[in-house]
Design a protein around this ligand. Sequence first.
Ligand SMILES: Cc1ncc(COP(=O)(O)O)c(C=O)c1O
Length: 409
Amino acid sequence: MVSGEFWDGIPSVAEDEMFAMITTFKKDPFPKKVNLGAGVYRDEDGKSWVLPAVKKAHALLIDSPDLNHEYLPIAGLAEFTNSAAKLMFTEESDVIKRGQVVSTQTISGTGANHLGASFLSRFYLFNGERQVYISRPTWVNHHAIFANVDITPVEYPYYNAETRGIDFDEMLSTMNSAPDRSIFVLHACAHNPTGLDPSREQWTAIADIMLAKGHYAFFDAAYQGFATGDLDNDAWAVREFARRGIAMLVCQSFAKNAGLYGERVGALHVVCKDDQATKKLKNQLSLITRVEFSTPPAYGAKLVNFILNDAPLYEEWRRNIRTMAGRLIEVRKELYRLLTEELKTPGNWDHVINQIGMFSFTGISEAQSKRLREEFHIYLAKNGRISLAGLNTKNIKYFAESLDTVVRG
Ligand SMILES: Cc1ncc(COP(=O)(O)O)c(C=O)c1O
């Protein structure tokens, strides 16, 4: 066998939709092209934004007498993970005060999802099938992340295409009929891709069922701050579930809210019965990390640590988050105005302003989204999800007009 033939038998798979789109977009010479694909924040000039708070943290880090390039411990920078846990649960929460949270630094939110899934795959006492419930639809990677560790993803109803709202009754009914002690993946806020979050009343009803059925909450918190512009508001569901004693873990990412996409800063927080259990879990989690990437990257964690532990810097970061979230709200309003008042685009566009976060789930078909891409050079996910961050005063009209043309067929 010549060496090239070793791989003849491997099946072909498609390239990742979002990353392939970034490459094609870069190569596209069309002057009015618009990228509404990946969920990354862009400023009014369409440029990526280095948060002023992050710039200052960087300067502090570079000048710090303690700057070094040593390995972090396997579980990461303890100061960072402790502060990150407080940001999620609050310092005053019982779970933090009682030492019930075990926190491990991860390769951003994806790594937290993977580590959480791997941990459950090894130790969760599945009640029957090795399965996890994920929302229909959800972040595409959830499917693969669980399948990758031999847990079958099963969908629960979430989005109702007719009402363009949450299919709440169906969701609750699935939670009710699921076997006791099932695992449910819940988006802590700014649901990707729908931009629809349960209200506080709805979260309370979900919590009631989770408790009654002994379900496990797998919270994915990739957008804390992006839903309402406020870190505390956006952690409400997580904090409420913790307060009510629901068994849970939280996957936390600083990619979006600190604009640290490439630094891969994240944490996994598992809420345990007591501080004895956290010790046991910490070592098990470290065992998984050790074989996969040994220790997490230091730079981004050090930056976030500076921000979380310096009062003025922390306040500045909160303002930076409000700036990002505020711009996205303005984009929503302008898009809505263009579609409903200026262009009188057929259909109801209320969802554009009712949805929250970085995305708008436009409700257009796969064929329409293909047309936007092929004829108008507007790049978006096949399912009609657009990242609002890609819109600004210079390109929003072009986008609205193109959408209008496509909708009119
Ligand atoms: C719902 C959700 N979870 C997790 C992530 C992971 O992001 P990252 O690994 O960049 O932190 C994303 C990113 O798009 C997401 O949308």
